[in-house]
Design a protein around this ligand. Structure first.
Ligand SMILES: [Cu+2]
Length: 163
């Protein structure tokens, strides 16, 4: 009888251990989703990625970079300047998603930029994008390319004040 009880307890413990301790997973990417994402068809050299970033976690998350087989590199961009003379440039410090908050990636605002496209992006095609967080964790997303004329911001690679 005692041997049976021990076996039963061991079985219950083993079953209980199959539930992962979610509260111990603090990887930034694990708590963030990109919703309604899409990419501009662009001019064949660059394409912007838009959507809504949602942080469902209890910690701030910071997006610092990204990568994609469709691009030579991926940058986090912001748009600055007056209407008619807008400039997009790398966003210093990346994008911070407050705990429980969200951040819109929109034309004329923050976005992820696919740089040095390996090939033109046909409208309707899907591209794979990996979003890179400050802690090294990554969020893979699939982004559909849509026809979009663009806000025509000039690209300013460096922070050299306001031109
Ligand atoms: Cu850009």
């Amino acid at each position: 009888m005692r041997r049976f009880l021990i076996a039963l307890v061991v079985t219950l413990l083993a079953t209980g251990c199959t539930t992962p301790p979610a509260e111990h997973d603090h990887a930034m990417a694990a708590e963030v989703v990109l919703e309604e994402q899409w990419a501009s068809a662009g001019d064949g050299e660059m394409a912007a990625v838009f959507g809504t970033l949602v942080n469902n976690g209890h910690h701030d998350a910071r997006i610092v970079s990204g990568s994609s087989p469709a691009a030579g590199r991926v940058e986090v961009h912001e748009v600055a300047g007056e209407a008619g003379a807008k400039t997009m440039r790398p966003k210093e410090g990346g994008i911070v998603l407050p705990a429980g908050g969200s951040h819109e990636l929109v034309p004329g605002g923050d976005h992820l930029m696919l740089m040095d496209l390996t090939a033109p992006l046909p409208v309707g095609s899907d591209i794979e994008l990996t979003v890179q967080f400050e802690d090294g964790s990554t969020l893979p997303v699939t982004v559909q390319v849509r026809d979009f004329a663009g806000a025509n911001e000039e690209y300013q690679p460096e922070h050299n004040g306001h031109g």
